[in-house]
Design a binder for this molecule. Structure first.
Ligand SMILES: NC(=O)c1ccc[n+]([C@@H]2O[C@H](COP(=O)([O-])OP(=O)(O)OC[C@H]3O[C@@H](n4cnc5c(N)ncnc54)[C@H](OP(=O)(O)O)[C@@H]3O)[C@@H](O)[C@H]2O)c1
Length: 322
């Protein structure tokens, strides 16, 4: 399984490092808008082929899976080109700018018989299955409250600030909170209330989001691109509370019951960076002839994108492609 990386930026480095350490998949090529940048990146991570355009990488017949690590604003065009070149795609979160782009890409992928997945890496971690098993075991009873916080001080990043790059805290960080809730609560959202403050550029800088689900449960999500957050998660049920020490990459899950008594702790399995699971999920789905990964099916990609479109509309945060 040969992976090609498109966009030699910050997160591509983490993906390249992960693939370098993995012994069951490899990064064959990197494509950048600059050949020099691609060559430097390839040299750093021992990648055999470097291309000075995305089109050149897509024309490489040995690339099986393309990992798209451009800003959100550029996911659509690059993914479209990749599908038309017959390449399976793993597209960084947030998947697209909006629902319209998402629906178009998913339908094109189906038409062309190409796998397309979202690199929302948290969905693929085995620790999430552990958490689901803990909930199913009844240790915390019936869940009624979900809480997720995720904040980083990334306010100087162009990609986060500019509407034309689909900036804002929601598509960058809030998307993880929405996925956290949805991973453990399949009940549909029936009501949403939220508040955001914006950067002077007009995109959201910080937000709080409250969701009400059909099954009577609720969720609170806090996200900011202005500060370093505690970044924990929790699920509270009738018998206890399950705490995630890190909402995105939990190393430890702890169960507390009445009186704040710690009754059980679970360690997450070891990992390289955690990104390896999303790559393996694509490989396994392709081997099984699937066009989506079971961990993040297309219906879920759409569901999360619909929530983000609604939130942005309520805040008046618009991208040029909306
Ligand atoms: N999974 C995670 O933990 C995680 C963390 C951070 C970000 N992300 C996601 O990864 C994606 C990229 O984020 P990043 O932080 O890696 O961004 P970044 O450092 O700015 O890199 C993005 C890369 O995209 C390419 N690009 C193409 N058109 C561009 C344009 N008009 N402006 C800027 N760059 C352009 C550039 O690569 P070339 O110059 O080589 O063409 C650039 O290096 C986003 O979707 C983001 O949400 C995921």
């Amino acid at each position: 399984m040969n992976v090609g990386i498109i966009g030699a930026g910050h997160i591509a480095e983490k993906a390249a490092w992960t693939l370098k350490v993995m012994d069951d998949m490899q990064c064959l090529a990197v494509g950048s808008r600059s050949l020099e940048k691609a060559q430097d990146f390839a040299a750093k991570y021992g990648i055999p082929r470097a291309y000075g355009s995305y089109a050149d990488l897509l024309a490489d017949p040995d690339v099986d899976l393309v990992y798209i690590a451009t800003p959100h604003s550029h996911h659509f065009a690059v993914t479209r080109d990749a599908i038309l070149a017959g390449k399976a795609c793993l597209v960084e979160k947030s998947f697209m700018a909006n629902v319209r782009e998402t629906a178009e890409i998913l339908s094109l992928a189906k038409e062309k018989g190409v796998l397309v997945a979202e690199a929302i890496w948290t969905r693929y971690l085995p620790v999430q299955d552990m958490a689901r098993e803990i909930i199913a075991s009844g240790l915390i009873g019936k869940p009624y409250l979900y809480s997720a916080t995720l904040s980083y001080e990334i306010s100087a990043k162009e990609r986060v600030l500019k509407p034309e790059l689909c900036g804002g805290a929601l598509l960058d960080l809030g998307v993880y909170g929405l996925n956290f809730v949805r991973m453990f609560c399949a009940s549909p959202v029936v009501a949403t209330s939220s508040h955001c403050i914006k950067f002077p550029t007009g995109v959201d800088a910080s937000e709080t989001i409250t969701l009400e689900m059909e099954d009577g449960s609720m969720a609170c999500i806090q996200t900011s691109a202005l500060c370093q957050g505690e970044n924990t998660g929790s699920i509270s049920g009738t018998a206890g509370c399950l705490i995630f020490d890190d909402v995105n990459s939990p190393r430890r899950l702890s169960v507390y019951q009445k009186g704040h008594v710690l009754v059980k702790e679970f360690e997450a399995p070891g990992q390289i960076t955690g990104f390896e699971y999303q790559f393996r999920a694509c490989r396994d789905a392709m081997a099984a002839g699937l066009l989506e990964t079971p961990q993040m099916p297309h219906s879920e990609i759409l569901y999360i994108m619909e929530q983000m479109d609604r939130l942005r509309a309520s805040w008046g945060v618009r991208f040029p492609m909306d």
